[in-house]
Design a protein around this ligand. Structure first.
Ligand SMILES: [Zn+2]
Length: 439
């Protein structure tokens, strides 16, 4: 048994009652939280305990990046619309990947995420054996899915996804999970969607799919299938309480009701949607319909930052801007989306600091201009700073599954400089192998 005591921090629990302790102590045994309490006096450290002095720091659940792609390249293909970007940038790179490049792409992406306070990624990519190895080495909780499309697109198949499940699901003491990933409907058929649902049910795992991301996707769906994307997903059984639909930008009222009826979860990815010119999702209507909505950064190629603090700020400001309404998406609600809503979507017992939950915890350093002034007795002020003032560089410590994987902004399990060097070399090598096939 190993015990970790996080003493004296400002504890935002994000529990059902939104409990806040201006000075509190969180105790972790092995991979789980065993107590969260006010003050510091009740817990006396014993020999062998690891103690973290969290005074002056916010202690809160780790962020959950609900729509994620490991990525290797960014910043050289920034001005294309979604479909052209996919054809000229994203697909050529992921078709050129080899095992080694995928491993270093995973290490690079997970490094950026851990340094920005992310403890769980819902990662749709290829070469899941390499990603699982990277996630296990660096210590991040990773839900991995393949990039499944019709055979003619030369991406992944359901058989690839089933093989990845057999090899990796439950690895690293349960830190690694595998889901079924469907790229998007323009590269799918109704039969493929039905088969994906059958396989997910057979394996007892969930589904991760891009849905209604762009107007071009909706047009393609109406033309090929005679219905909108979410309507086809409903007809083929793809939706459900184990399904995470990424983006959901262009939803009709009917499609929102289908999401609600099936209990499908949504990952809102506002900064990716903005950068690719895809529009603004109808999040206020989704929330009014009772949908569970989490947040994601999407991918470095199309964002280009994995900083979930930035995503949180976009998630609030875009809806206020477009509707001229500053009451929308208050800070506390946005932080809940980035933590416990993501956990709910993944079926994880994490996303809040409550006894019995997984010890996925971050410490935020508030001794900076970013967090000054701050009224420590007012948690609303903390939420405000987290969403509107902070960025990921304020994260001091990241704890995943009870283990400190970043302390004082230093990764504890891996050599960050080696990751930067190897992923740089992998990108240059892969870039030389890229073949762009124009439609
Ligand atoms: Zn995506």
């Amino acid at each position: 048994m190993s015990r970790l005591i996080i003493r004296g921090g400002m504890v935002l629990t994000l529990d059902d009652a939104n409990t806040y302790f201006e000075v509190g102590t969180v105790v972790v045994v092995d991979d789980s939280i065993v107590s969260v309490a006010e003050g510091t006096a009740d817990i006396a450290p014993e020999p062998g305990d690891e103690v973290i002095d969290a005074s002056g720091k916010i202690v809160m659940p780790g962020l959950i990046d609900l729509h994620y792609h490991t990525a290797l390249g960014k910043g050289y293909n920034d001005h294309l619309p979604l479909w052209e970007y996919l054809d000229e940038c994203w697909y050529p790179i992921i078709r050129a990947l080899d095992d080694e490049a995928a491993y270093w792409a995973g290490m690079l992406s997970y490094t950026e995420s851990i340094k920005n306070g992310v403890t769980t990624v819902n990662d749709m990519y290829r070469k899941l054996d390499s990603l699982a190895r990277a996630a296990e080495d660096i210590g991040i909780r990773a839900v991995l899915s393949n990039d499944v499309a019709l055979d003619e697109y030369n991406l992944d198949t359901l058989a690839d996804n089933a093989a990845a499940f057999a090899t990796n699901h439950g690895k690293a003491g349960g830190l690694i999970e595998v889901r079924i990933g469907i790229e998007w409907l323009p590269l799918a058929s109704p039969e493929l969607l039905r088969d994906a649902r059958s396989l997910a049910n057979e394996l007892g795992i969930g589904i991760h799919v891009h849905l209604n991301e762009s107007q071009t996707e909706v047009d393609n769906s109406i033309e090929r299938f005679g219905m909108r994307p979410t309507e086809l997903a409903y007809e083929t059984g793809l939706l459900g309480p184990d399904t995470i639909a990424a983006h959901a930008v262009w939803l009709s009222d009917h499609e929102i009701s289908l999401m609600a009826e099936t209990g499908t979860h949504v990952s809102h990815n506002p900064s990716s949607n903005a950068k690719l010119g895809n529009g603004i999702a109808r999040v206020p209507e989704m929330l009014a319909a009772g949908l569970n909505v989490g947040l994601g950064h999407d991918a470095a190629e199309c964002n280009n930052s994995a900083d979930m603090f930035e995503v949180m700020k976009f998630a609030s400001l875009m809806h206020r801007a477009v509707r001229a309404d500053s009451s929308l998406m208050p800070a506390q609600q946005v932080v809940r989306m980035a933590t416990r809503n993501g956990a709910t979507a993944l079926g994880h017992k994490s996303g809040q600091l409550t006894a019995g939950y997984k010890a996925d915890i971050i410490l935020i350093d508030t001794n900076s201009a970013m967090f000054t002034p701050m009224l420590r007795d007012n948690p609303e002020h903390l939420y405000s700073h987290l969403v509107f003032a902070a960025n990921g560089s304020a994260v001091d410590t990241t704890i995943i599954n009870g283990e400190v994987v970043m302390r004082g902004r230093e990764l504890t399990r891996v050599n960050e400089q080696q990751i930067l060097d190897e992923s740089q070399a992998a990108f240059v090598r892969i870039k030389n192998n890229i073949v762009v096939v124009r439609r």
